[in-house]
Design a protein around this ligand. Structure first.
Ligand code: ATP
Ligand code: MG
Ligand code: FE
Length: 341
């Protein structure tokens, strides 16, 4: 089975071909960073328009890269999967509408994928040997969740952020420091030359439960910089990054212990962060836990993860209706993904 995956939930225009074994035959990601950088964040209407222009060639490149041609009367793939939410509604509509159109034209099934479930599958692509349950630390631009995963498609929400997502905190602090957009990579670069103990930033809810909070940390950074305008960006970035890492590692380990997990999966854009990856590697090694970390390119938005989730979904839950709406809201992961627990 060959799956064409399409991802347009935010500001990455992506298409990929993945087979049923989870082997990535091609993965093309066209970032819109240049479109949005001068506004300091993603402008939804510009994102929709950019997807509209970029998606057809990106899909063409993904098919071509997988050695698939568009022969008349013959479908190049067996299923077309696209992200249907959560995300920007206009952006979601561009990707899911093209996916439905291709599925209709090729007479193959369409599968609407939850973007967050896609992020979870990114960790599985290279780590199919995991013993369940595992804890997924899902840290992205719009979400921060601790999930117990009892197998593909089986999730229990243990806790989530009460305010900002981890990636959002990186983006806001980077913007405040004038480091540019997107903030995560900029903070990571700047932090390399800094002292992570220079500032004692708060670690909210560190010893309590599985929920998280990052808005107080962001405010603490702003206050600290205003109080010490001479402080180096590197020290501020390193201390901020360390606070985020400490909280995520502590919570991830506590969750793993609570559910008797064999290991931890990292997922989402913030999982591309080198300090976070290194801290989880040390902590999991010390506790005898397995650690599944996607390659950096599979942490941030891509369509291979959508195709992989789509393959599983088609096999286990069947195709989605062609009138499947785009579901931008944050309610979708709770209703759709987590109801399968
Ligand atoms: P969601 O998946 O919640 O809908 P999204 O798709 O916009 O949101 P992702 O693409 O998964 O989010 O991740 C983007 C986020 O990851 C941004 O906030 C970005 O700053 C952050 N990020 C990317 N690389 C790094 C890094 N190296 N260090 C820290 N954060 C990073
Ligand atoms: Mg993005
Ligand atoms: Fe994402």
């Amino acid at each position: 089975m060959l799956v064409l995956g399409i991802e347009t939930s935010c500001d990455e225009t992506a298409a990929a071909v993945v087979d049923e074994a989870g082997t990535i035959r091609s993965s093309v990601v066209s970032s819109q960073v240049d479109v949005h950088a001068r506004y300091g964040g993603v402008v939804p209407e510009l994102a929709s328009r950019a997807h509209l222009a970029l998606l057809p060639p990106v899909v063409g490149d993904a098919l071509h890269g997988a050695g698939l041609g568009a022969e008349p009367g013959r479908a190049p793939v067996d299923v077309v999967a696209a992200t249907v939410g959560p995300g920007l509604v206009g952006a979601l509509l561009v990707g899911s509408s093209l996916a439905k159109g291709l599925a209709m034209a090729w007479e193959v099934p369409f599968v609407g994928v939850n973007h967050l479930e896609g992020h979870c599958f990114a960790a599985l692509l290279d780590h199919l040997e995991l013993r369940w349950p595992v804890v997924v630390v899902l840290v992205s631009g719009g979400h921060t969740m601790l999930l117990a995963m009892d197998g593909p498609g089986r999730y229990r929400l243990l806790g989530q952020t009460l305010d900002d997502a981890a990636g959002e905190a990186f983006d806001k602090v980077a913007r405040f420091l004038g480091l540019g957009y997107p903030g995560g990579p900029a903070i990571e670069r700047t932090a390399k030359a800094g002292d992570p103990t220079a500032f004692a930033f708060p670690r909210a809810l560190l010893d309590q439960g599985f929920d998280l909070s990052f808005s107080g940390l962001k405010t603490a950074v702003v206050r600290a910089v205003r109080a010490r305008p001479d402080a180096s960006d590197a020290d501020v970035a390193a201390s901020f990054q360390q606070a985020v890492v400490d909280v995520l590692v502590a919570k991830g380990l506590r969750a793993a212990e609570a559910v008797g997990a064999s290991g931890i999966c990292l997922a989402g854009g913030v999982a591309a962060n080198g300090a976070l990856r290194a801290a989880f590697a040390d902590a999991c090694a010390a506790k005898g836990l397995a650690l599944a970390v996607p390659s950096r390119a599979m942490c941030t938005d891509n369509a291979a993860m959508v195709a992989a989730a789509g393959a599983w979904q088609l096999t286990h839950l069947g195709p989605s209706p062609l009138d499947q709406p785009a579901e931008p809201g944050a309610g979708l992961p709770l209703e759709r993904v987590l109801a399968r627990a």
